[in-house]
Ligand binder design. Structure first.
Ligand SMILES: [Zn+2]
Length: 298
């Protein structure tokens, strides 16, 4: 998997090439409209080349003469530019995106750095590569607090998950592992995908996986899952950890992530207490100290 920062970095070469093409086009356009300017610029170039040779020859008198000549040409050039209403920066490279200056990231008024809207393509590509190819329509902004009633509780769960994702919840002695438990059909997957996409939008590396899929995910990706900033494991259930080596794979991921203090969320329809009792022993131990985020009465 590639992180959003890697994808944006890869796109920079293309953006730089486009900037250069735009600059060349702008010069061509201005010279065509004002051949006098092209003529002056050619002369300036010639004077500079001659001055360069004079420097090598160490000919002080000649250097001075070229300096004066260049000054005169530049004064003429400024006049032409002003008289013809030409943008004085017409021959400079300009950012393609004014919002981010082509860095791919913008800073909001609240100080948060986010992927710029000009990198939507990279963002979608990153979601796809981060386990969310099947959820292209899931968007955090469409998560409704008042869906199925109990808006306060849904909003609280959403905010707690966002805090875990941002690492705001971690602290001395606190586990970076979190169990998000809610009954079936309450929009758990929608919210989990939304939080995971938000993480990527903030420039983090993140991944969404179904617990049972840990058995079939390639070893390279499994290794990535140990080190990315934020990981969501959905459809977590004690039975799933008993088959296809899933318990052992998950245990090893959780161990490495806990040691590095990286946030992981296990999404499950079962109450945490039930999971602690029934899970693979190694996982069960980790669940005990995990933070619980759940709907009321769980
Ligand atoms: Zn931009």
């Amino acid at each position: 998997m590639k992180t959003i920062k890697e994808l944006i970095r890869e796109g920079l070469t293309e953006v730089a090439a486009t900037r250069d093409i735009n600059r060349q086009e702008s010069i061509k356009r201005v010279y065509k409209a004002c051949p006098d300017l092209k003529d002056i610029d050619d002369q300036i170039l010639e004077v500079r080349n001659s001055r360069f040779i004079a420097v090598i020859d160490n000919d002080e008198r000649l250097i001075k003469r070229f300096d004066v000549a260049e000054e005169e040409l530049i004064a003429k050039r400024d006049k032409i530019i002003a008289r013809n209403n030409i943008d004085p920066d017409f021959d400079q490279e300009k950012s393609i995106c004014d919002k981010c200056g082509d860095t791919g990231f913008t800073k909001g008024s609240d100080g948060t750095v986010k992927v710029c809207s000009c990198r939507k393509r990279e963002l979608e590509m990153c979601y796809e590569q981060s386990g969310m190819a099947d959820y292209s329509s899931y968007k955090m902004k469409n998560y409704r607090d008042d869906y199925l009633g109990n808006a306060a509780s849904r909003k609280k769960i959403k905010n707690e998950l966002l805090k875990v994702m941002l690492g705001l919840d971690s602290g001395e002695g606190k586990s970076p592992l979190c169990v998000y438990s809610a009954p079936p059909q309450t929009g758990k997957t929608f919210l989990a995908v939304g939080v995971c996409k938000t993480a990527i939008n903030l420039g983090k590396s993140a991944f969404y996986a179904k617990c049972e899929d840990l058995a079939t995910i390639g070893t390279d990706t499994l290794d990535d899952l140990k080190h990315i900033d934020f990981l969501v494991i959905d459809d977590f259930a004690d039975a799933v950890t008993m088959y296809n080596n899933v318990g052992s794979i998950l245990n090893s991921i959780l161990e490495t992530r806990a040691a590095a203090g990286l946030s992981t969320v296990l999404v499950t329809p079962f109450p945490k207490s039930e999971l602690v009792n029934k899970c693979d022993m190694r996982i069960s131990g980790k669940l005990q100290s995990a933070k619980l985020i759940s709907s009321e009465g769980r």
